[in-house]
Design a binder for this molecule. Sequence first.
Ligand SMILES: *Cc1c(COP(=O)(O)O)cnc(C)c1O
Length: 393
Amino acid sequence: MRLDRPDTQGRFAQFGGQFAPETLMPALEELEAEFTKAWADPSFHAELDSLLRDFVGRPTPVYRAARLSAQYGIELYLKREDLAHTGAHKINNTMGQALLTKRMGKSRVIAETGAGQHGVATATACALLGQECVVYMGEKDIERQALNVHRMRMLGTEVRPVTSGAGTLKDAVSAAMRDWVATVDGTHYIIGSVVGPHPFPWMVRELQKVIGEELQTQMDGSAPEHPKPDVIVACVGGGSNAMGIFYPYVGSDIDLVGIEAAGYGLDSGQHGASLVAGSPGVIHGSMTYLLQDDQGQILEAHSISAGLDYPGVGPEHAYFKDAALVRYESVTDEEALEAVHLLASTEGIIPALESAHGLAWITKEARSLRGKVVVLNLSGRGDKDVEQIVEHS
Ligand SMILES: *Cc1c(COP(=O)(O)O)cnc(C)c1O
């Protein structure tokens, strides 16, 4: 059964919770109370909805991919999150949390970013609302993602290099946490997916479910060109775009399929498939499925797409998996790369490497999906990935 809210301890059955330092507990409690109030306040929704419409470009269209549909013998539709401002669904969440920051009377925002996509979405919302913004980023990632670093700086954000550890996302998360502990009175920490301690997984789900709610009205079965979906497919990194499109449909008779990164293959041990191939444990403040060794040490994930290169997953997905409400599958780097080229050359859309994982699964399953109405959440556009795609081709 789908849960409207996690329980009083922030859990979805045994998953989720608040595994956070004592010093952050008051901030998490305040955040839960403030978001609960804001979310029940029509004036908060009115302000957010008008920004989502006029600034972000919502509702995003649903596009029938005619040539691929004919090729596969399925009815393939794309939910075009790639057309949202900044090129992906992440802005739905950062707009909401930046507005909440203003409402809480805080003037400073911090975030952490790996590939820089969440950093850019956060910097964008903060520029719009005139908020001070600091983004922590591992120094290795700063080198690898120079374009997004320039974008954040143009938007007025301070990008703080993190030199500890391997200089990647995990270290940036720790740095952001340390900052928040010291500055919590005037600072909000914007987490970028349905991960982290309660209330983040629930709050980010509420902010992203607009994707699925739009789809319900866009494909309501009212006309032959607006059929109801039989299957909805989305890629799963932390899980926010998948959660956003799945949530309104969870518990219905529509088949929901989340696609994780199998990287070099599940057998290689180098992948990001925490639901398909991981086991329960604690990561970034919550109990969920993750990649760990026999001693419970968290393993490095691998995926060709930075957004899926994460050893954990949002706790509500862990709950969906165990309750068999959503099915989780995986595809490899190679299959995802092929899907990028396929969508680009067949439909004139260059997808993000993340989103291409969903299309790759549909391609593999085309025979079993024959005759069905299949919706793919096209979570982002591939402009950010062009260099990497060319390198691998
Ligand atoms: C960040 C990102 C993802 C992965 O994050 P989720 O929280 O799993 O959605 C997927 N697609 C794109 C385009 C992204 O930028």
